[in-house]
Ligand binder design. Structure first.
Ligand code: NAD
Length: 434
């Protein structure tokens, strides 16, 4: 069989390894250092048994991968998803290690997952599964050992059940056990907007030092969830021209600019960003013409004329196939892994500046760190403190990446890995690990 034409899927781990390998080669690391950077310290797996509401039993594979704790307790979210698997969780744990080091916060990298479809579980079943996860991994989790957080399909309610389970089983008060909790149970203000706000701070800085005028910049955003919608609102408020947004059902585009506040209002009522104009596939064409609005697919959206493209939904959306048609001059990766390594190389050659995920979306884990610190100190943070400290940390990380990129004439992604890896190695050497 001729296999030369078969394109293997880009997995999160191949994406991670591509950039890590480039970093390893450039920094000339030894085999001991490479082993620490490329392999997790611990991979924990188990099967969770859930007694469902109808009395039947269901079994769900569950994972916790602890990649590296050189710089502090392991840190990373727990996702509930039918496709969650060990390879994916491993790659996401590795990326968390780079992200926390790059942000210079005292954590390592970890990730967790349960292979399940939470949409098919009742609230009681979801609670029971969340508590079962904590019981299964209770000996390897903890505020100073491994601090979990929300990820895909997990939320503040689930974090509250998990904290409660840990505190009951260990008979301790442990607000630092987990982050992303509800405000009334140890949460921190601004966690919901943290990822978008962190990305926004970086974009603002980029625009300032490039002497650009926000009002002349057209922005396209894919994804109108937590990350994408908040970003659209921040940008609109700051005078940027948000020309297109989308969700899983497609997007809308207007060269004149759209108002994300209105989009959000209609999405709340209709469930879709096209809701002001369309009911399902039936659209009010006259109204669309009047407002200079067009409907676009998610694929078309990425190729629209714009200055800044913000993927904030899925991974692997910018590929070898469409990279040459991306018109944006800047890509800010709010989503994890939206650009394949091949597309990354093509964008680099074309001079498109990509602000990589490990930097662009680090705001979430930075505010998680504040929440963890709040739990340790017992002192409640204010929204203003969160914003101010988030800004300081994001800009410090961005400056470090910018200088590294300029010094070595490398892409921002390679520079971000380079800074993160060097920080991890510095601590490992101090600790005598390598
Ligand atoms: P979310 O579930 O709140 O929103 C996801 C959005 O993507 C929704 O609007 C959904 O409709 C849209 N979407 C789904 N399928 C789509 C498709 N095929 N085409 C276009 N849009 C589609 O998720 P989120 O928290 O906003 O996360 C989005 C991305 O950002 C993910 O990659 C996530 O890993 C990353 N991220 C989020 C955070 C955070 O704090 N929320 C932190 C770091 C990274």
């Amino acid at each position: 069989m001729n296999t030369s034409s078969i394109t293997l899927p880009v997995t999160p781990y191949t994406r991670f390894r591509t950039t890590l390998d480039q970093t390893i080669e450039r920094l000339g690391l030894c085999s001991e250092e490479i082993a620490f950077l490329s392999q997790p310290q611990h991979v924990h797996r188990c099967e969770l048994t859930l007694v469902k509401d109808d009395g039947s039993e269901a079994i769900f594979p569950a994972f916790r991968v602890q990649f590296n704790n050189a710089r502090g307790p392991y840190k990373g979210g727990i996702r509930f998803h039918p496709d969650a698997n060990e390879e994916e969780v491993k790659a996401l744990a590795a990326l968390m290690g780079i992200k926390t080091a790059l942000a210079d916060i005292p954590f390592g990298g970890a990730k967790g997952g349960v292979q399940c479809d939470p949409k098919k579980l009742t609230r009681r079943e979801l609670e029971e599964l969340s508590r079962a996860y904590v019981r299964a991994f209770i000996n390897i989790l903890g505020p100073y050992r491994d601090c979990a957080a929300p990820d895909v399909n997990t939320n503040p309610d689930i974090m509250a059940w998990m904290r409660d389970e840990y505190e009951r089983k260990q008979d301790v008060y442990a607000p630092g056990f987990i982050t992303g909790k509800p405000l009334s149970y140890g949460g921190i203000p601004g966690r919901d907007t943290a990822t978008a706000r962190g990305g926004f701070f970086i974009l603002e800085e980029l625009v300032n030092f490039s002497a650009l005028n926000p009002t002349e910049l057209r922005v396209v955003i894919q994804g109108f969830g937590n990350a994408g919608a908040h970003m659209a609102l921040f940008l609109h408020r700051a005078g940027y021209n948000v020309v297109a947004v989308s969700d899983s059902q497609g997007g809308i585009y207007s060269p004149d600019g759209i108002d994300p506040f209105r989009i959000q209002k209609y999405k709340k009522h209709t469930g879709s960003v096209t809701g002001e104009y369309c009911k399902g596939s039936v659209c009010d064409i006259e109204k669309m013409k009047l407002d200079h609005v067009q409907r676009v697919t998610n694929e078309e959206l990425l190729e629209l004329p714009c200055d800044i493209l913000i993927p904030a939904a899925l991974d692997n959306v910018i590929t070898e196939e469409n990279a040459a048609r991306i018109e944006a001059k800047y890509v800010l990766e709010l989503a994890n892994g939206p650009t394949t390594p091949e597309a990354d190389a093509l964008l680099d050659v074309r001079g498109v500046m990509v602000i990589p995920d490990v930097l662009a979306n680090a705001g979430g884990v930075v505010v998680s760190y504040f929440e963890w610190a709040q739990g340790r100190s017992g002192r409640q943070w204010t929204t203003e403190q969160v914003k101010e400290d988030l800004r300081r940390i994001m800009l410090a990380a961005f400056t470090a990446v910018r200088h590294e990129a300029q010094r070595h004439r490398i892409s921002y992604r390679q520079a971000a890995f380079s800074v993160g890896v060097q920080r991890m190695l510095e601590t490992m050497r101090k600790r005598g690990w390598v």
